[in-house]
Design a protein around this ligand. Structure first.
Ligand code: BES
Ligand code: ZN
Length: 869
C-alpha cells in the first residue's frame, strides 16, 4: 500500500459545491459477483469504463481488502496505482478501461449499517446512500456516474433468499451446499441505488397492472411471523402506484417491485431501484401491534420510497449538495398523497407541526444551513429537517402559486427533459418555469440561504373608505456564513372574515405594488409591500398563511379575542388549529391570561360539534405544544422546569374547564369502521383519559386499566398504559408486566414499552439506566436506542439534567460503532446555548470535553457546529 510518507497534517475535509467537477471516467456497465461466507465476503467487480474528461481514473473504496486489480486484462503491480484509505487511482489510464477487482469485506462485523452488513442472525442487507457502495467495492461512487448493473449473489443455502435490483435472469447450484442468483437491472443507475439481500425471509406477494398494461409482481419480504403485518404496506404500495399515474402521469417501469424489512436500519427506508429496504418500523403495520400514528407513517413511507422511482431514481442528483432535489420533492409528493388518505387539514397540521418542531429550531441554531448547502464535511449529517421538510415546503409554495394544471405542466417538462439524468436544483426550477410558463427563478433564493424568514404583518381598517390595508415586511436574521441574504418570494394565502357575523368576505384587492391577490394568494417577494382591499363594509379579521402557505414565522398583532374568533370561524382547518396554537403560545410564552383560550376551547359551539363531525381535527385542536417545542421558541435564558410547570398548569385548567365533557366523550364515543375517523375517536378518548386524570378523578385509573386489558388496538392499549405509568397509578406495574409478557417477541411493540418508561416525567438517571441495562436493550439496533433516547427527550427537564450524560455517552460509544446514528442523537443537545445559567455552562463544558474524544467525521462535524455559537 502506498500511504503517504510525509507528516500527517489534519487536512480540511470540507467539500464545496463550487468545486464540482465532472467525473473523468464513466461506467457503461458493471458486473458484480458477491459471495457471502460466515467470516468474510468476496466481491468481484468488472467495470467497463470510458474516459469523459482529462484526469486520473479514480475509484473510491473504504475498508476494502484489495486482493487483485486488472486493467484491460493485465494485472497491475503495486507501483501502477495509488491506494490510500479513501481511494484507488490510476494515472494515465487508457480511454477505454475494463477494470477487474477482487476485494474481501466483512459484513459480519459491520456495525455502522452502511454498505453490506449483517442485520441479524440470518439476514444480510445493503445501505448505500449516500456513500456506502465504496464499502462494497472500488467504484466511482458518486451520483452522476450511472451504470447498468448485473449482479451475481452467492451464499450458503441456509439463506434461501438472494435478491438484487432488476430482473432475475439466472439461478442455480454453486456447490458445497451453496447457491446463486443473477440479476440484471436494465435502467442505468448511480451506485447508491444498488442493493442486494441475502437471507431467510418469508414473502407476501401481490401484483399490479400499470396504466401502460405492465404486469408488476409485488413482493414484501419479512420474517414469517410478521407477514400478516405487511398487508397495509402492500395496499399502500398499490395505492401509491395508482396515485403517481393519476397525479403525475408516472407509471412504474420494471416487472417487479420488492420491499425487504429489517430491524437493523439507521433510517426509515431506502428507495433502491426495484428493491426497497425498509426499517421494520416503516413497513409492519397492524392495529394490534403498532399505533395509529405508526400505521399512517408506514403508508407515507411506502409512498415516499415508491415516488422516488421517478423523483430520485429515474432523475437523480448530480451531486449530494442537490439532495433536497430528490428528497424535498419526494416529501412534498408523499405529503400530498397522505392528504388524500385522511383529513387533508389534519395531515397538513401534522406536517407543519413536524416542520415547526424540528426544522424551525434547526434553522435558528448552530446547525442552520440552506436547503441546498454549499459545503459539508460529512454528507450523512445533511439528511436534515431543512433538506427534507423545508425542501418540501419550497416545492409546495411553487405548486400553490402555479395551481394544479400549471404545476403538472411543469413536472411533465421536468420528466421530459431529464429522464435518465443526474441534475441540479436549477434544472428543476428551470423545467418547472418552462413547462408552466411562469418564471419561478426567484425561488432559487429559498434553496440557497439559511434561516426562517420573519414575516411581519399589520392590518388597518378604514371604516369610512371601506378599505382594509395589509402591510407586509420580511426579514432574516443575519448569518455569519451567508452575508448577502435576499428577500424571498412568499405566497401569502389569506382570507378576511366579518368580525361581527363570522362570514368570509369576497376579496377585492389592489396591491399597491404588484402581484394582486389571485385565488386568495398574494405573492409577496419584496422587503415590504402593502395590499389594499376595497369594499370592506364591516370590521374584518384577517387570516394569514392559510394552510401554512409559506415556511415563515408570522408576526401579526392578533388580540387573543381575534385568535379565539379564528378558532371558531375560520373554515381552513389548519388555520383554526394555528389560532389555537397561537393562543396557547401567548399563555405559555408571553404570560397572557388563559381565560380567553379556555372559554374558546370549551365553547359548546366548537368541540361538541366537531367531535362528531371530524374527531381527528377535534383532537388536534386540543393540542398543547410539547415542552420541547415550547423550549425551541425561547432563544435565551431558557428554563425547562418553568415551561414544564406552566404547561402542566394550563393542561389542568383545560381539564377543569370542561367539567362533565371528558367522561361523557370517553363513555359515549365509539370508534367507527372508517380508519381516520376511528383514529380520531381513539385520540380523543386518550385525551379524555388524561384530562380525567388531571381532574384528580382516581377512578380514571380503573377505566384506563380496563381499556388496557380489553382492547386489541395498540393506540388504545398504549394510550391507557401512558396514563397509568406517567401518573404512577397503582396498576402501572401490573400493566407494564402484562405488556411485556404479551409483546416480548415483538420488537416494535417492545420499542413502545421502552419508550413509555423512558418518557416518564419523573424518570431519573437510575430509571433510564435500568432500561439501558435491560436484557432487551440492544445498542446494535437503532430503533431500540431511539425508543429510550426519544422517550427521555420527551421531557426536556430530564434531557437537560441527567440526559446530558446519556446523550454524550451515546455519542462517544456510537462514534466508532455507528457514527451516523451517534451524530443524530447528539443533536438532542444542539440548543444548549439557549439554557439559563448555570446549566448553559455545565452543558457547554461537557460538550467541550467530548470534542477530543470523538474521531468520526459525522460526530465531530456536528459537535464542532454545535459549539460554534
Ligand atoms: N433516501 C432516503 C433514505 C436514506 C437516506 C437512507 C440517507 C440512508 C441514508 C429515503 O428516501 C428517505 O428519505 N427516508 C426517510 C423517510 C421518508 C418518508 C422521509 C427516512 O428514512 O427517514
Ligand atoms: Zn427520500
Amino acid at each position: 500500500m502506498n500511504i503517504a510518507a510525509h507528516p500527517v497534517v489534519e487536512a480540511d475535509q470540507t467539500v464545496y459545491l463550487k468545486d464540482y467537477q465532472k467525473p473523468s471516467f464513466l461506467v457503461d456497465s458493471i458486473q458484480l459477483d458477491i459471495q457471502v461466507f460466515d467470516d468474510k465476503t468476496h466481491v468481484y467487480a468488472k467495470l467497463d469504463m470510458q474516459r469523459q474528461t482529462a484526469g486520473d481514473l479514480v475509484l473510491l473504496g473504504r475498508d476494502l481488502q484489495l486482493q487483485s486489480i486488472k486493467v484491460n486484462g493485465q494485472v497491475l503491480a503495486e507501483n501502477e496505482y495509488q491506494l490510500d484509505t479513501e481511494q484507488l487511482s490510476i494515472a494515465n489510464a487508457p480511454e477505454h478501461a475494463v477494470i477487474e477487482t477482487h476485494v474481501i469485506i466483512h459484513p459480519e462485523s459491520n456495525t455502522q449499517l452502511e454498505g453490506l452488513y449483517l442485520a441479524g442472525g440470518d439476514l444480510f442487507v445493503t445501505q448505500n446512500e449516500p456513500e456506502g457502495f465504496r464499502k462494497i467495492t472500488f467504484y466511482p461512487d458518486r451520483p452522476d456516474v450511472l451504470s447498468v448493473f448485473t449482479t451475481r449473489v452467492e451464499a450458503d443455502k441456509k439463506f434461501p433468499v438472494l435478491l438484487a435490483n432488476g430482473n432475475l435472469i439466472e439461478a442455480g447450484e454453486a456447490g458445497e451446499g451453496r447457491h446463486y442468483t443473477v440479476w440484471q437491472d436494465p435502467t442505468k443507475k448511480p451506485a447508491y441505488l444498488f442493493a442486494c439481500v441475502i437471507g431467510d425471509l418469508a414473502v407476501l406477494k401481490d401484483s399490479y397492472v400499470t396504466s401502460e398494461g405492465r404486469n408488476v409482481a409485488l413482493e414484501i419480504y419479512a420474517e414469517e411471523k410478521d407477514i400478516a403485518k405487511c398487508h397495509i404496506a402492500m395496499e399502500a404500495l398499490k395505492h401509491s402506484m395508482r396515485w403517481d399515474e393519476e397525479h403525475y402521469g408516472r407509471p412504474y417501469d420494471l416487472d417487479n417491485y420488492m420491499i425487504v424489512a429489517t430491524s437493523a436500519f439507521n433510517m426509515g427506508a431506502m428507495e433502491n431501484k426495484g428493491l426497497n429496504i425498509f426499517n421494520t418500523s416503516c413497513v409492519l403495520a397492524d392495529e394490534e401491534y403498532t399505533t395509529d400514528a405508526a400505521i399512517m407513517r408506514v403508508q407515507s413511507v411506502i409512498a415516499h420510497e415508491y415516488f422516488h422511482n421517478w423523483t430520485g431514481n429515474r432523475i437523480t442528483c448530480r451531486d449530494w449538495f442537490q439532495l433536497c432535489l430528490k428528497e424535498g420533492l419526494t416529501v412534498f409528493r408523499d405529503q400530498s398523497f397522505s392528504e388524500d388518505l385522511q383529513s387533508a387539514a389534519v395531515q397538513r397540521i401534522d406536517d407543519v407541526a413536524v416542520l415547526k418542531a424540528h426544522q424551525f429550531p434547526e434553522d435558528s441554531g448552530p446547525l442552520s444551513h440552506p436547503p441546498r448547502p454549499d459545503h459539508f464535511v460529512e454528507i450523512n449529517n445533511f439528511y436534515t429537517a431543512t433538506v427534507y421538510e423545508k425542501g418540501a415546503e419550497i416545492n409546495r409554495m411553487m405548486a400553490t402559486l402555479l395551481g394544479k394544471e400549471k404545476f403538472r405542466a411543469g413536472t411533465d417538462e421536468y420528466f421530459k427533459r431529464h429522464d435518465g439524468q443526474a441534475v441540479t436544483v436549477e434544472d428543476w426550477v428551470a423545467a418547472l418555469t418552462a413547462g408552466s410558463g411562469v418564471d419561478l427563478s426567484s425561488f432559487l433564493i429559498w434553496y440557497n440561504q439559511p434561516g426562517t424568514p420573519k414575516l411581519e404583518a399589520q392590518g388597518e381598517y378604514d371604516a369610512t373608505a371601506q378599505t382594509y390595508r395589509l402591510s407586509l415586511k420580511q426579514s432574516l436574521k443575519a448569518h455569519p456564513k451567508y452575508p448577502n441574504l435576499k428577500a424571498v418570494p412568499i405566497p401569502v394565502a389569506l382570507a378576511l372574515f366579518n368580525k361581527a357575523s363570522g362570514e368570509q368576505l369576497v376579496l377585492n384587492s389592489d396591491a399597491l405594488f404588484e402581484n394582486a391577490v389571485k385565488d386568495g394568494v398574494y405573492l409577496f417577494d419584496q422587503d415590504e409591500a402593502v395590499i389594499e382591499f376595497t369594499g370592506v363594509k364591516a370590521q374584518p379579521v384577517v387570516s394569514l398563511l392559510r394552510s401554512f402557505s409559506a415556511p415563515v414565522n408570522l408576526e401579526f398583532n392578533y388580540s387573543d379575542e381575534e385568535l379565539a374568533f379564528l378558532l371558531q370561524y375560520e373554515t381552513n382547518g389548519f388555520n383554526q388549529w394555528q389560532a389555537a396554537q397561537s393562543l396557547v403560545e401567548n399563555i405559555l410564552l408571553k404570560d397572557h391570561d388563559a381565560q380567553i383560550y379556555l372559554d374558546a376551547i370549551s365553547s359548546p359551539k366548537l368541540l361538541p360539534q366537531l367531535v362528531c363531525k371530524d374527531p381527528l381535527l377535534a383532537s388536534r385542536l386540543l393540542d398543547v405544544p410539547a415542552e420541547g417545542y415550547l423550549g425551541s421558541r425561547i432563544d435565551e435564558n431558557y428554563n425547562p422546569a418553568m415551561i414544564q410547570e406552566k404547561r402542566n398548569a394550563l393542561l389542568t385548567a383545560v381539564a377543569l374547564s370542561f367539567t362533565g365533557f371528558w367522561k361523557n366523550i370517553y363513555q359515549t364515543l365509539e370508534a367507527p369502521a372508517e380508519f381516520s375517523q376511528a383514529m380520531g375517536v381513539r385520540a380523543l378518548k386518550n385525551i379524555a383519559l388524561n384530562m380525567m386524570a388531571r381532574q384528580g378523578d382516581e377512578s380514571v385509573f380503573d377505566l384506563a386499566f380496563e381499556q388496557f386489558k380489553t382492547t386489541q388496538n395498540m393506540s388504545e392499549r398504549l394510550g391507557a398504559l401512558k396514563v397509568l405509568v406517567w401518573n404512577d397509578a397503582p396498576q402501572a406495574k401490573e400493566a407494564l408486566a402484562d405488556f411485556y409478557a404479551r409483546f416480548k417477541g415483538e420488537a416494535l411493540s417492545m420499542d413502545q414499552w421502552f419508550m413509555v418508561q423512558a418518557a416518564h416525567p419523573k424518570a431519573t438517571a437510575e430509571s433510564i439506566q435500568a432500561l439501558t441495562q435491560h436484557p432487551d436493550y440492544d445498542l446494535k439496533v437503532p430503533n431500540r436506542i431511539r425508543a429510550v433516547s426519544g422517550g427521555l427527550n420527551a421531557n426536556p427537564v430530564n434531557t437537560w439534567s441527567f440526559g446530558v450524560q446519556h446523550f454524550i455517552g451515546l455519542a462517544k460509544y456510537l462514534d466508532e460503532k455507528n457514527p451516523i446514528v451517534g451524530s443524530r442523537l447528539l443533536q438532542a443537545l444542539s440548543r444548549w446555548y439557549t439554557l439559563a445559567e448555570p446549566q448553559r455552562s455545565v452543558v457547554k463544558a461537557e460538550l467541550e470535553a467530548l470534542k477530543p474524544q470523538v474521531k468520526s467525521k459525522n460526530v465531530s462535524e456536528t459537535l464542532n457546529s454545535m459549539l460554534s455559537v
